[in-house]
Design a protein around this ligand. Structure first.
Ligand code: IPD
Length: 277
């Protein structure tokens, strides 16, 4: 049977490559940096240009499709996932990295139909790594199949997480306290590359056992969620149960044993949902 969404996925890969070139070129020039919700929540002209490029091109090729894009939502567009085929786009995941030339920046394109994720494309454009996954067809990096780690011992694991852009002292206390507890389990290490999408692709690649964060947005994780599950991993909420794409919380792990072990140590808190009007 022909794959209904293969054409869309091929287009997503082409767009991610084009966007990656724009991001790499922009790194050579002076960046115009602006702030969004706070002085540590950054956006650049490149974020906006790349999102515009992706949306314009998809509208031309797939006129009936919907969008959720980081910069469109910042500009006041609604963030609502309907049954309609929907592109969930982060034009530059790792904007702070981008601004500082820290070399982990990704273009993240997820695609959902009937509220179910169908494919994900994450292009780590400075490393030139193209991560792709189509539901039921496996996950790949530059065409090579991906498989999560088979580690079941938490004390033999590396866990990825981020501080994010929340500077509320109570939230920061909880973030530190969770990290402290996880570090002292002990684990081999705690890492974080400054891009939620790349952190999750590292889980899919098998070099990190798990990644969790509270405060991410649906566009940071939609594409990489498909990549993790197609590489054999699991996705959960930080307090257990299934991941809710709009809840701004995610835990991606190589298996349930590692995922559930970390949940015991995470001091969870809520963030304002992405789909809250
Ligand atoms: C951010 C990155 C970062 C994570 C933040 C995200 P952005 O995305 O993924 O690693 O800690 O929570 O918002 O703003 O660079 O697209």
């Amino acid at each position: 049977m022909p794959d209904l969404w293969q054409d869309a996925m091929d287009h997503a890969v082409t767009l991610a490559r084009k966007a990656g070139e724009i991001v790499r070129n922009a790194l050579q020039n002076d960046l115009k940096i602006m702030c969004k919700s706070s002085s540590v929540d950054l956006v650049t002209k490149t974020d906006q240009n790349v999102e515009e490029l992706i949306i314009t091109s998809v509208k031309e090729k797939f006129p009936g499709h919907s969008f959720i894009g980081e910069e469109s939502v910042a500009a006041g567009e609604p963030c609502v996932l309907t049954e309609n085929p929907t592109w969930i786009v982060d034009p530059v995941d790792g904007t702070t990295n981008f601004v500082h030339g820290y070399p982990f920046v990704a273009i993240s394109i997820g695609f959902a139909v009937n509220k179910m994720l169908e494919f994900g494309v994450v292009y780590s454009c400075i490393e030139d790594k193209m991560y792709t996954a189509r539901k039921g067809k496996g996950a790949f990096c530059n065409g090579q199949p991906l498989q999560v780690s088979d580690q079941k011992e938490i004390n033999q694991s590396i866990i990825a997480t981020e501080f994010g852009s929340n500077r509320d002292p109570h939230a920061v206390d909880k973030i530190f306290s969770s990290m402290r507890k996880i570090l002292c389990l002990p684990v081999h290490g705690i890492r974080g590359v400054g891009s939620a999408a790349i952190n999750m692709c590292l889980v899919a690649s098998g070099c990190v056992e798990a990644y969790y964060e509270i405060g991410i947005h649906c566009w940071d994780v939609a594409a990489a969620a498909v990549i993790v599950s197609e590489a054999g991993g699991v996705l959960m909420d930080v307090e257990g149960g299934p991941m809710d794409l709009m809840s701004r919380r995610v835990l991606a792990a190589n298996n349930n044993i590692i995922g559930e072990r970390i949940i015991k140590e995470i001091e969870a808190f809520s963030a304002v949902r992405d789909d809250e009007p």
